[in-house]
Each structure stands twice: as structure tokens, then as C-alpha cells.
Design a protein around this ligand. Sequence first.
Ligand SMILES: [Mg+2]
Length: 333
Amino acid sequence: MKNINVRKVLVILTVLVMTSTAAFAAPILNDTIQVNFQGKDVNFGPYKVYIDDGRTYVPYRQFFESIGYEVKWDQTTRTASAIDPLRISTSVDREQKVDAALWQLSAEARACFWQSFNLATLRFDQAVEEKKEGEKLAVIADIDDTLVDGVMYTADVLQDGEWTNTAFGASLASDACLPLPGAVEFMNYVVDKGGTVFYITNRDPSLREVTYSSMKKMGFPMIDENHIFIRETGMASSKESRRAIVEKDYKVVLVLGDNLEDFADLFPVKEGVDARRDAVDKVTDQWGDKFIVFPNAVYGDWEKAIYLYDKTKTPVQKIADKKAVFDEYKYIK
Ligand SMILES: [Mg+2]
């Protein structure tokens, strides 16, 4: 094997261990080989090991197969790959989202969406009853993971798919793109009862056409430039200015979203987890009243808050930040 280009991050770490700090038993030809791998002794063999210039070489395929990895050899590119059966993604960040994405596919998640749209319907009915003469009622909704399920894209990305607007757009155009439970029904209910719906999304302008076509295909009402506010080039991620445009002419009775930024700029986005929790607790009467929040365990400001929005942090630093959150809340200090 001339070119060992390992595909899994974990495996890359392994190779470093093997070439620098691995603890070998006596390097005897044809002996059983012992390698300390991630803190555990792995015994395999007997196989030949070679010593050259003070460095010990062990057989790549036999080692990784002995710990359950699948090993592939591509003759064309002369590349060896060792694939960890316990991982779906090569990226640590993505791997950590696998269970969260699976939860979004669960029956419990569906029940949360039905429950939330049922509550939204009750609240909208209440607003219609209390409506004053001349008032125009509106509902503002985020799109992704509030009205439209993002899991068709997430499931691909988590298996090392592309994380680009082009790939996201392709997923939106596919038949796998589906509304979340109760979303189409609720948005049409609002319109049928005389209300107006607005969609405020941070999707990229390059996704404008596919947003219109896919939303129409799914059956959402009022899909046009007067009712969908995309995050235009140069616009802040905050949705406050776009909400203000609606509030000028309408009484906004409900805001729907999966991220606190969808509701108001009340929630400090760069002050960490505790500050956001406190901010939520300061407006307890809004939840389930004007604000209806939907579960999204895969991504959102909740995660960025763990890293204090520092995009320069390495995966190792992010793990340390996650551990610090746990340590703050665990009962053994
Ligand atoms: Mg969203």
C-alpha cells in the first residue's frame, strides 16, 4: 500500500497513535501484536511486523479488521480506507447530530408538531373572536423545521453529503421535501378564516425560486414575494426588521418558529446557554400564546450559544464547551 489515505477522522487519529505513541510489545517477527489504541490494548496476529529506522510497522488491514473496521482498497487511486462501523459521518460535528436527526423522524416529534399546530389553531380562533373592527390578523412563520421538514437534507449531510445552498436547493426540489405534520393545514386554516400568512426565512436568495415552487407544491397558501421574506444579500440574520414590515399593517397574533431568533430579538444570542434560558423565562406568558415553538434538536442558536458563537473554535474546543455545560448541571461537582 503506497498511499494510505484514511477516510475516517477517527482512523487518522489512530494512524498518528500508531506512528508516534503506540505502545508495542516486543517487536518480534511472526508474533501476536499488541497495540494500545485509544486507551485499550488490542491484540491481533500472529502477523509479521517490520522495524525500519526505529519505526515499527504493523499490517494496516489486519489491525483495523481486528477491531471491527471495514477496510477497502482502491487499486485505481491506490488508497486504503478504514471505515469505523460505529460511525455514519467522517465529521465529529456531524456524527454528534445523528441521534438528534433520528429524533426529528420519531413519532414523538410528529406528535409535538401536531400538538403545536392544534394549539396554534385554538389561539388563532381566539384572536378571530377578539378581533376589533378594521384589524387585519396575521401569522408569521419561519419555514425550515417549522413548516418544512429539513430531515431529507440533514440525513444526506450527516452521511457526508454536501452542505451547500446548491445541495439544499436540490433537496427542496426533490420529492423527499415534505411539510411538517399540521403545517399546511394550519396555514390554510388561517387564510380560510380571513387571516394573512407571512413566511420569514433566512434561506439564501439563490433559493428563492425553489422556495416558491416547493412551497406551492406542498400546498402552502400565499406563496409570492409579498408574503415570503427571504434573507436578502447583506441582510442581518435577525428577523426583526422583516417582522416590523408586517407589524406596520397587521396585528400579528402568532409567531411560529424552531429557533428563538424567529420570535423576537429578546434572546441574547452571544451570551451563552444560561442567558438564553433566563430570557425565555422572562416571557413565560408568551409561550403557547403568541409564540409557538417547535422542536429542533439538530441545529439552531441553542448550539451556537454553547460555543458563544465563536466560529473559530476547533472540534476539540467545542467538545470542551459541551462538557462545561454538562458539568454546570450535573449533580456531582
Ligand atoms: Mg427554522
